[in-house]
Design a protein around this ligand. Structure first.
Ligand code: UDP
Length: 261
């Protein structure tokens, strides 16, 4: 079942972590084409519609996971749908564990050179048998991009983790996705390699459980305020949308019962 919910100007898919993982495995096993997996969060409600290219990329994505608590709460308020969070960071690591088990070939593209290298080492140690068939830091100059794409194709990678941050990674796949030959799943993973390599701390469990991961990231890196200042705006827009929905519903029922003027 693919239930895509509209949240203000973007979307989110109603999936659990297990279902998201099954989808990834299904895409690899089907082996017919490239599938894109992106994380959705309140911030993207502002960045995605502002760029037509990015907007189309999101609209056509195969899987839009509810990465942050903002989308989970918005889905509850606007659609009365109870979802769990599917953090992209966790999905990637679970996909790595699954790939070690099933023999899927992985390529890691993104983050600084030392971070990318360290993340590969950590994943190899953590998931014995994992096939990381290639890696590249995320600072490849434009003129070397064809070389990188040739390297990804020659590696036979089936899953590509794109860790360039958003919207760089979504734009990269929009521009280069059609040139990828063996890749069946491309997941945008943002800063996940930094977390795996230990360069950035993941929020402690208590923050995650309370839906306050964003607060932890803000405390750790106050410069994120520039990006996170849209959060209260998002909350306000969700509240306005909810009020509009209630008004529409009451007008509709008034019409039906003949109470309307
Ligand atoms: N990055 C990259 N190439 C670039 C710009 C950024 O590889 O040209 C990497 C950066 O090193 C970091 C990640 O992209 O590892 C961005 O992390 P951030 O937490 O900002 O991403 P988010 O998860 O918020 O999208």
């Amino acid at each position: 079942m693919n239930e895509r919910l509209n949240i203000l100007d973007i979307w989110v898919d109603r999936v659990t972590m297990d279902q998201a993982l099954q989808r990834v495995s299904g895409y690899v096993e089907k082996g017919d084409r490239l599938h894109t997996v992106f994380a959705t969060n309140p911030e993207k409600n502002f960045t995605v519609p502002a760029d037509e290219f990015l907007y189309q990329m999101f609209r056509k994505a195969d899987l839009l996971i509810p990465d942050g608590i903002g989308m989970v709460l918005a889905a509850r308020i606007l659609h009365d749908v109870h979802m769990e969070r599917v953090p992209g960071c966790e999905l990637m690591q679970k996909a790595c564990a699954m790939s070690a088990d099933k023999g899927y070939k992985l390529f890691l593209y993104g983050a600084k050179e030392e971070v990318n290298k360290k993340a590969v080492e950590v994943l190899k140690e953590r998931y014995p048998g994992i096939q990381i068939v290639g890696r590249s830091n995320g600072y490849v100059p434009k003129e070397k991009m064809d070389e990188l794409i040739a390297e990804i194709n020659a590696s036979g990678a089936q899953i590509l983790f794109l860790a360039l941050g958003s919207p760089n990674q979504e734009k990269w796949i929009a521009e280069h996705g059609a040139k990828l030959k063996s890749v069946r799943v491309c997941q945008g993973t943002g800063g996940t390699l930094d977390v795996i390599a230990g360069a950035v701390k993941r929020a402690p469990e208590i923050y995650c459980r309370l839906g306050l991961e964003w607060l932890f990231r803000l405390i750790e890196d106050p410069s994120r305020i520039k990006r996170q200042k849209v959060l209260p705006v998002f909350a306000g827009l969700v509240a306005i949308e909810k009020i509009k929905m209630i008004l529409r519903k009451s007008r509709h029922s008034n019409k039906k019962t003949g109470n309307g003027v």
